[in-house]
Design a protein around this ligand. Structure first.
Ligand code: PD2
Ligand code: ZN
Length: 306
């Protein structure tokens, strides 16, 4: 793989400042021999820096973990640090402490906690029967997933996200209502601040390249989304099946990956009490190498989601 040297830093900065689309920059880097995770992370950092998104760009530089250089060479880090008004400050997570959390109607196991970024892996959030019921309710209603267009806010189908999905309205029936209540209790965030549950299905080779779940504050397309309940605060991804091979949830900035187990979940929080956004929560769904993958996501907002 090529090295992300000063020449690549210049190329990234130039193209980001010219307003090139993230996809085409990532494609160019992949054609030049970079792997897609490295390319995507470098492009996101360059775009954040170019948009003057000081909070995001700055904290990338400030919190640099040892393997950040894998995705953005020393030059990239140095140029980001220059823009630094203040690094992301880790305040306490709303999620309860302890190894077992009573979440509405169920005891949920805590399997792993990471402080920076704030990531928690849970076991047994849903029973196998509940996972299978969500899959069967969704199987015949799936539509190709979209992502938010940064300029218009419209939902676009793009190559970066090769999954299909379906949304359930919050509390749309007793079963969904119970899951909404349990998840809100586990995330310790008001149920009315939650978006509806989303089910996603990936076939073999399906992936979701690294991205942020929050709406980048400086992108015009974010306004239409934050008008409904403000910024996203935290994500819970529940694994509805055991993926035979691949499909891990990856956090490339910190070299972490979570291999899902049916009923388990990964939580991550990216908006703190100061309304800073944590760049270390860049994450993706690694390509599924064998079989298929089903997940359920819950996104929590700052205020009631209407
Ligand atoms: O499928 C995943 O593991 C995944 C990874 C990252 C899903 C999402 N993000 C998402 O739906 O935002
Ligand atoms: Zn995501």
């Amino acid at each position: 793989m090529p090295v992300l040297d000063a020449a690549w830093d210049d190329w990234l900065a130039t193209n980001a400042n010219r307003g090139c689309a993230a996809d085409s920059m990532v494609d160019s880097m992949v054609r030049a021999g970079f792997d897609s995770v490295t390319a995507s992370a470098a492009v996101h950092r360059a775009l954040a820096a170019a948009s003057g998104n000081a909070v995001v760009a700055a904290a990338v530089g400030a919190a640099a973990p040892s393997d950040v250089t894998q995705a953005g060479g020393a030059g990239t880090q140095a140029s980001l640090i220059k823009r630094l008004p203040g690094a992301y400050q880790y305040d306490s997570s709303p999620v309860a402490s302890g190894n077992l959390i009573r979440a509405f109607d169920r005891d949920v196991k805590v399997l792993m906690r990471c402080e920076r970024p704030q990531v928690i892996v849970f076991g047994d959030v849903l029973s196998p029967d509940e996972c299978n019921e969500m899959i069967e309710r969704s199987r015949h209603r799936l539509k190709r997933s979209t992502t938010v267009n940064p300029d218009t806010g419209q939902e676009d189908v793009i190559r970066n996200r090769t999954s299909e999905g379906i949304w359930f309205q919050r509390g749309e029936d007793a079963f969904i209502e119970r899951l909404d209540q349990r998840i809100a209790s586990l995330m310790n965030w008001p149920v009315e601040n939650g978006e509806g549950l989303q089910i996603l299905h990936y076939n073999t080779t399906g992936e979701y390249r690294p991205h942020f779940d929050f709406f980048p504050p400086d992108q015009p397309g974010s306004v239409v989304h934050t008008a409904r309940g403000g910024q996203r605060v935290a994500t819970l991804i529940v694994y509805l099946n055991d993926v035979p091979d691949g499909g891990e949830t990856i956090f490339p900035e910190v070299g972490m990956s979570v291999a899902g187990k049916q009923g388990g979940a990964v939580y991550f929080r990216y908006l703190n009490g100061l309304r800073q956004l944590d760049p270390l929560t860049l994450h993706g769904g690694a390509p599924v190498k064998g079989g298929d993958k089903w997940i359920m996501t819950k996104w929590m907002r700052e205020r009631a989601y209407v």
